[in-house]
Design a protein around this ligand. Structure first.
Ligand SMILES: O=C(O)c1cccc(C(=O)CC[C@H]2O[C@@H](n3cnc4c(=O)[nH]cnc43)[C@H](O)[C@@H]2O)c1
Length: 219
């Protein structure tokens, strides 16, 4: 699953320390990886990633952590590997509805990933016994808290699998450094009405650990 011929390392960015620790447990001391904190939200993630990339030699960047799953696409505790990374609320509200930055002519809200790499990793996760799918991972500034917003986002991005808050920021920085990008999320909660008590954070972190253990075997 090599991405480039460079000898650089793989930079993994997580929002919070609990996610970082889960990734590190999965990596079991694999020195090919460096795991850094991005902070919560795309702006912090972009700045943290750019700083890390400016001071090291890397060949791949991964945004990783827990996320909210769209019920049609991603089950609780499953793994989603991004087939696209999308800034889902970056744009403008108009009388006709939401206009993305693409429609406004201000750039792209979608950052591509390597499709073959994504599919190979999803297959490896399944072979290792995890429930895994490839799908669009949305980056939002405000975590969804109602069924109406969940529906609106699912309509805006057909096939939307996950909502999280950092991937697009990490990807913007990786793009600037011309590095390939992956996003890996394990599902702690359903996107929709906010019910923090129902979040399966411990289980999602265990799934994240297992996913990175598999990644060390296939990358
Ligand atoms: O409380 C804890 O122990 C704990 C441990 C690890 C992670 C957390 C977080 O709250 C992580 C915040 C992070 O998670 C993403 N996330 C998760 N679910 C959603 C969602 O439904 N909508 C948007 N983002 C979600 C997000 O990337 C946050 O930065 C707590």
């Amino acid at each position: 699953m090599e991405h480039t011929t460079s000898d650089g390392r793989i930079l993994v960015m997580t929002a919070v320390e609990g996610e970082r620790e889960a990734v590190l447990r999965g990596l079991k001391g694999d020195t090919r990886f460096v795991v850094e904190l991005a902070g919560v939200g795309a702006p912090s993630a972009a700045a943290s990633t750019a700083l890390a990339l400016a001071t090291g030699d890397y060949r791949l960047v991964i945004s990783a952590g827990i996320g909210g799953g769209f019920v049609e696409a991603a089950a609780l505790e499953s793994v989603v590997v991004a087939d696209a990374i999308i800034a889902a609320d970056l744009g403008a509200e108009t009388a006709e509805g939401f206009s993305s930055v693409d429609e406004l002519g201000f750039g792209s809200s979608r950052i591509a990933v390597n499709a073959a790499t994504t599919q190979r990793f999803v297959q490896a996760l399944r072979d290792a016994g995890q429930t895994a799918v490839a799908g669009p991972i949305l980056t939002v500034s405000t975590a969804t808290g109602t069924a109406a917003t969940a529906e609106r986002l699912a309509k805006r991005v057909p096939g939307a699998a996950v909502e999280a808050m950092e991937g697009y920021g990490v990807a913007v920085a990786a793009n600037r450094f011309e590095l390939p990008m992956m996003e890996i999320r394990t599902i702690s909660n359903a996107v929709g009405p906010r019910d923090r008590a129902a979040w399966r954070i411990k289980e999602a972190l265990q799934a994240l650990e297992a996913a990175f253990s598999t990644l060390t075997e296939v990358i």
